[in-house]
Design a protein around this ligand. Structure first.
Ligand code: SF4
Length: 402
């Protein structure tokens, strides 16, 4: 039996490339014309260009390509589902295996930080100002692009730090704070202002609009979808977003013995690994489809398995049974047959998707108010897709205010 991986909460999951490994990997690149990998990146990070630069030992130029194109190039290097984006499109897939674009990007951003390089600078002021609500990926990308164009930008964030889901919704093992901090620091250096501890409610938008030339709404999805099954109101039933938030802010002091996580996405994987890392003796995942159908990144599924966390597939939660008002078992039913499975549980975490916060459910963009990212879709999208939407919104805002 292979050894079970033990990793304390906050420890980084894997070592990245060093110079030799990055060069070796870049040397496999076919230097494609009209490269499919670059078309596969929603944020336009242009992997073909940065890999070509690296291949010719131009590390600075390679890192510059990433930073110019992707304001969250460091964070994306850690959490992008590469296997479903640029790497899936890589021409080398037809020969042997794709270039490990994510690991190369991660190496180059580390080099950027080590050389304290400054690749972008704020544009000459154009006498316009924009307010952004929420400091998640879409807002950060939007603010960065506006700052480059000389717009005064202020980001209002109700939490104490910027990053949104990067900071509070992804385990630090998968995305270390130092990586998020570096991306955000570079945005701050462009003069983007942050007002923390400031919650802007839906009804506050008209006032904000009267004070600024435009407003961007990037509030994210901080309510959880709930399954209305028997026992879902018992003590010990949590939503994934609350659970991860409490873990990130240090609110979880101890966890009970057995934690069952419902879901098959990256968030479910994060909840299960977090539960183990924060002291649950046993954690498992219950997912209604097959593992091949699970939306989670393949690396995250492997990580869960390395930590010895079982994933029960083909079962959907039927009811939660309790004792003295507290969770005791989860009963799940087979999706294709009448099989029933009972899992002992002291805590059940639902990771089945997030929802728009109630306050913003009736929000519609228009008349100088723009949006992007999760707030626009009403369902969670990837960080790199949010970066794309934040950038696009910035270009629309520039058209509007100029
Ligand atoms: S598609 Fe693959 S082989 Fe072609 S340029 Fe991109 S990384 Fe290199």
């Amino acid at each position: 039996m292979s050894k079970i991986l033990k990793l304390a909460y906050g420890m980084e999951k894997s070592e990245g490339f060093n110079y030799r490994l990055a060069m070796e990997e870049a040397s496999r690149c076919l230097l494609c014309e009209d490269a499919p990998c670059s078309k596969g990146c929603p944020a336009g990070t242009d992997p073909a260009k940065f890999i070509r630069s690296l291949r010719f030992k131009n590390i600075k130029g390679a890192a510059e390509t990433i930073r110019e194109n992707n304001p969250l190039g460091g964070s994306c290097a850690w959490v992008c589902p590469y296997d479903r984006m640029c790497e899936e499109e890589c021409s080398r897939c037809g020969i042997d295996k794709p270039i490990q674009i994510g690991k190369i990007q991660r190496y180059l951003v580390e080099e950027e930080q080590a050389m304290s390089a400054k690749f972008v600078s704020a544009g000459e002021k154009i006498g316009k100002k924009v307010a952004l609500i929420g400091a998640g990926p879409a807002s950060l990308a939007c603010a960065r692009e506006l700052a480059l164009a000389g717009v005064d930008t202020t980001v209002f964030e109700k939490q104490a730090k910027a990053g949104g889901v990067l900071r509070y919704g992804i385990t630090p093992t998968r995305l270390p704070d130092r990586v998020v901090d570096f991306d955000i620091e570079l945005i701050k250096e462009l003069g983007v202002k942050f007002e923390f501890g400031k919650e802007v409610k839906f009804e506050d938008i008209p006032k904000l609009k009267s004070e600024y030339d435009a407003v961007f709404v990037g509030v994210g999805l901080w309510d959880s979808k709930k399954v209305d099954i028997e026992g879902s109101d018992l003590k010990g039933v949590e939503s994934a977003i609350e659970f991860l938030f409490k873990a990130r802010t240090g609110e979880i002091k101890e966890l009970p013995e057995r934690v069952v996580v419902i879901g098959g996405g990256d968030v479910a994987m994060d909840c299960a690994t977090t539960a183990r890392q924060l002291g649950a003796e046993k954690a498992c995942i219950c997912y209604r489809r097959t593992i091949e159908e699970a939306p989670a990144n393949i690396e995250e599924i492997s990580f869960v398995r390395e930590m010895g966390i079982p994933i029960y597939t083909g079962f959907a939660p039927e009811k939660i049974c309790g004792e003295n008002g507290h969770v005791r078992t989860l009963v799940a039913k087979g999706m294709k047959d009448d099989n029933e499975m009972t899992l002992k549980a002291d805590m059940v975490v639902f990771a089945i998707g997030q929802d728009q916060v109630e306050d913003y459910k009736s929000f519609v963009a228009g008349n100088g108010v723009f949006t992007g990212g999760d707030a626009l879709h009403g369902v969670g999208i990837t960080v790199v897709e949010s970066v794309h939407e934040g950038k696009e919104a910035a270009y629309q805002i520039l058209d509007y205010i100029r």
